[in-house]
Design a binder for this molecule. Structure first.
Ligand code: CP
Ligand code: NVA
Length: 302
């Protein structure tokens, strides 16, 4: 069954899905296209945006969503993922899952007879990257020739951005300390796609190099869910990479600031930047719902 676990899964349809998202946001698709459809939403980690945007998105498309905390599922007591996938497939039309381990989502999708949509794993956050690209297009009018710089920890959010940026004609850099580089396999794929699409990918611990000619400055928390044991070391290593007004000054005039949220003001970003004029964080958060409605339409509509 076709699933969305990685940006790789929608490589050839990214533009189609984002165009659909703009149309859905503008009210240009039929009313209630997912009438009678149900989405199971499994959460192994906390969530505000992903949970609410998928739930409201399903409702607005005419369907419904069921929230399932993994603590309440038999899966939390050791029921195999394969049985969970096969049983849920008999009840629902799609499964959204936020998982601790990416491999568990791969396993779920292997045994599921309905589409599985990742709402974040330790490796990627594909739905976030779709919302981010929708926001960039709305702000600048196009992606081609623009550059996004991800600053900080080369994490799940960074990995999905690295994959989606070249597909849309954007250059991307990652400014991170040594040891915090993005996933090696993702980087290999992203570099290949960048070459095919004539775009650039740069990884550097030098802020001047990474932020040169940048239109979008993006950051995320230094301590992702699951990294709590390393919190002190991470805060120390990543502190030179705080996005503040000095760092923003290295980007282009008119550059915007983005963050997937939740954010910690005073750590990865200063309050004056995240709450300042260049910040588009709330448009970005709203677009989670519009982008995911397009994903739901794409995967669940008959
Ligand atoms: N950005 C994001 O996925 O937010 P939540 O953790 O609140 O879902
Ligand atoms: N990188 C963060 C993103 C949260 C939406 C995490 O995984 O916790």
């Amino acid at each position: 069954m076709d699933s969305l676990l990685s940006v790789e899964d929608i490589k050839d349809d990214v533009k189609y899905i984002l165009d659909l998202a703009s149309k859905i946001k503008a009210g240009q698709v039929e009313d209630k296209p997912l009438n009678g459809k149900t989405l199971a939403m499994i959460f192994q980690k906390s969530s505000t945006r992903t949970r609410v945007s998928f739930d409201v998105g399903m409702y607005q498309l005419g369907g419904r969503a069921i929230f399932l905390s993994s603590n309440d599922l038999q899966m939390g007591r050791g029921e195999p993922i394969s049985d969970t996938a096969k049983v849920l497939s008999r009840f629902v039309d799609g499964i959204m899952i936020r998982a601790i381990k990416h491999d568990d989502v791969v396993e779920l999708s292997k045994y599921s007879d309905v589409p599985v949509i990742s709402g974040l794993t330790d490796l990627e956050h594909p739905c976030q990257s779709l919302a981010d690209m929708l926001t960039i297009k709305e702000h600048f009018g196009s992606w081609e020739g623009k550059k996004i710089c991800f600053v900080g920890d080369g994490n799940n959010v960074c990995n999905s951005l690295l994959l989606i940026a070249p597909l849309l004609g954007m250059d991307m850099s990652v400014a991170c300390p040594k040891g915090y580089e993005p996933n090696e396999n993702i980087l290999k794929t992203a570099n290949k796609w960048a070459e095919e699409n004539n775009t650039q990918i740069t990884i550097s611990d030098d802020l001047n190099i990474a932020l040169d000619n940048t239109d979008v400055v993006y950051t995320d928390v230094w301590v992702s869910m699951g990294d709590e044991a390393e919190a002190n070391q991470r805060k120390k290593d990543l502190s030179p990479f705080q996005v503040n007004s000095d760092l923003m000054a290295l980007a282009n005039d008119g550059a915007i600031f983005m963050h997937c949220l939740p954010a910690i003001r005073g750590q990865e970003v200063s309050s004056d930047v995240i709450d300042g004029e260049c910040s588009v964080i709330y448009d970005q958060a709203e677009n989670r719902m519009h982008a995911q409605k397009a994903v739901l339409y794409y995967y669940l509509k008959d």
